[in-house]
Design a protein around this ligand. Structure first.
Ligand SMILES: *Cc1c(COP(=O)(O)O)cnc(C)c1O
Length: 393
C-alpha cells in the first residue's frame, strides 16, 4: 500500500537506497525491513489502517520494495513482478487487440520472443527500428501505434537511445514510452525525468545484484497508469513474492557502490581490450573517453567486443576464462562472459544474426566487482589460450 510516507523522496540517491520504504519492525525495533509471508490479513484488527487484505493484491514486504523503487526512479508508484518478462507482460496488457508497438531492433531475446510468439496471437503488431536515430521511431508510427518500447543501452550492442527525444515524439502522437532500464539502473539513468511514461526493470540483474533473484518491476509517475498496473497485479497476479522482494531490498542498499565499481572495472577492461591485436570492435557507452550522452552519468558494467577469429576459436576463448564465468544473465557482483552466437542467439539463423551485428566473433561481458587486475589477467590468459591454437577454417 502507498502512503507509508514520502519521507525519503527528497534525499539523495544513496540515502534513499538505504532508507526508503523501510519500516522498523514495531515489536522488535529491528533496523531492517521484515519479511511478511502472510498471504491473508485479519479484517478489523485493533488499529487496522494498513489496508492489507491478500498478498496478491499487496504485501508489506513487496510494498516496501515498491516504495524504494519509486523513490530511486523519481516516480510516484512502482510495482514488483515475478520476473522482468511478467512486468513487460503487464505493460502489454495496457494495450488492446489491433494496437501497434514500435520497438528497437537490438532487444533482449525474451522480449522479442514474447512480442512475436505470444502477443501477435492476441492481435498486437510490432515494428523494429534502429533506435539510435529518434526519427526512426517517428517514421514507424502508424495510426494504431500505442507504445514505444526500448532498451538503452541495448543488448548486446550497447546502442544508446535518446530518451528525451523519443519521449517527445511519443507525446506528440499520444503514444506511451516505456524504457527497459535494466542495463543502466536508476543510479546511472532515470528515464521518467527525461519524459518516459514507464520504466521497466528485470530486477534479476543489477537491482538484485547477486544472481540470486528472478523479479521485475515497473515505475510510473502518473496516477491513472498506476491504477491500471495496480489492477493488473490484482487481476493477473504475476507478483514478486515477499522473500524475493526482501532480497532485492537488500541488494538495492549497495546499488550505488556496485555501479561505481562495475563502471570503473568495465573502463579498465576496455582500456586493456584496446591494446589487444585480436580485438576488432568494442561496444561500450563510455568508449574513447567520450562524454556519455543521453542522461547517463557513467557507462555501467556491460560491454561487448568482437574477436578476429572463427566461431570455434571464439567459443574456445569464452570457455578459457576462470574469473569470468561462462553464463547467461548479467548484473551480478561476479563477472560473466557470454558468446551470443553459440548461446543467447544460437537459435537465430546466421545471416539474420549477422545482419543485426551479432557476428560469430562477438563476446559480451558483464563486468563484476572483483579486482580489475584479476579481470584483465583472466582475459589475457584466455587470449593466450586461443593464440596457441591454429585458426581452423
Ligand atoms: C533479463 C532481462 C529481461 C528479462 O527479465 P527476467 O527477469 O529474466 O524475466 C528483460 N530485459 C533485459 C534488458 C534483460 O536483461
Amino acid at each position: 500500500m502507498d502512503g507509508k510516507g514520502k519521507r525519503w523522496k527528497n534525499f539523495r540517491f544513496e540515502t534513499k537506497a538505504i532508507h526508503s520504504g523501510q519500516i522498523p519492525h514495531d515489536n522488535t525495533g529491528g533496523v531492517t525491513q521484515a519479511i511478511f509471508p502472510s498471504s491473508t490479513y485479519r479484517v478489523g484488527f485493533p488499529g487496522d489502517e494498513s489496508g492489507y487484505v491478500y498478498s496478491r493484491w499487496s504485501n508489506p514486504t513487496r510494498s516496501a520494495l515498491e516504495e524504494i523503487l519509486a523513490d530511486l526512479e523519481n516516480g510516484s508508484h512502482a510495482f514488483a513482478f515475478a520476473s522482468g518478462l511478467s512486468a513487460l507482460n503487464a505493460v502489454l496488457d495496457l494495450l488492446k487487440s489491433g494496437d501497434h508497438v514500435v520497438a528497437v531492433d537490438d532487444l533482449y531475446g525474451g522480449t522479442r520472443r514474447l512480442f512475436e510468439r505470444l502477443m501477435r496471437n492476441f492481435g498486437l503488431d510490432f515494428s523494429y527500428v534502429d533506435g539510435t536515430d529518434p526519427a526512426n521511431f517517428e517514421k514507424a508510427v502508424k495510426p494504431n501505434t500505442k507504445l514505444f518500447w526500448f532498451e538503452t543501452p541495448t543488448n548486446p550492442l550497447l546502442k544508446l537511445v535518446d530518451i528525451k527525444a523519443v519521449s517527445a515524439i511519443a507525446k506528440k502522437h499520444n503514444i506511451l514510452t516505456a524504457v527497459d532500464n535494466t542495463f543502466a539502473t536508476p543510479y546511472i539513468q532515470r528515464p521518467l525525468e527525461l519524459g518516459a511514461d514507464i520504466v521497466h526493470h528485470s530486477v534479476s540483474k543489477y537491482l538484485g545484484g547477486h544472481c540470486d533473484v528472478i523479479g521485475g518491476a515497473l515505475v510510473v509517475n502518473n496516477e491513472e497508469l498506476a491504477e491500471r498496473l495496480r489492477f493488473n497485479q490484482y487481476a493477473v497476479g504475476g507478483v514478486l513474492d515477499p522473500f524475493q522482494a526482501w532480497l532485492v531490498i537488500r541488494g538495492l542498499k549497495t546499488l550505488h557502490l556496485r555501479m561505481e565499481r562495475h563502471s570503473v572495472n568495465a573502463m579498465k577492461v576496455v582500456e586493456y581490450l584496446e591494446t589487444v591485436d585480436l580485438v576488432d570492435k568494442i561496444y561500450f557507452p563510455g568508449i574513447d573517453g567520450k562524454a556519455i550522452p543521453n542522461g547517463m552519468t557513467m557507462p555501467g558494467g556491460m560491454l561487448s567486443f568482437t574477436i578476429k577469429a572463427d566461431f570455434e576459436t571464439v567459443k574456445k576463448f569464452a570457455m578459457a576464462t576462470q574469473v569470468f564465468i561462462l553464463a547467461e544473465s548479467l548484473g551480478g557482483v561476479e563477472s560473466l562472459i557470454n558468446h551470443p552466437a553459440s548461446m543467447t542467439h544460437a537459435s537465430i539463423p546466421k545471416d539474420v544474426r549477422e545482419a543485426n551485428g551479432i557476428t560469430d566473433g562477438l563476446v559480451r561481458l558483464s563486468v563484476g566487482v572483483e579486482h580489475h587486475d584479476d579481470l584483465v589477467s583472466d582475459l589475457t590468459n584466455a587470449f593466450a589460450a586461443i593464440k596457441a591454437v591454429p585458426v581452423s577454417r
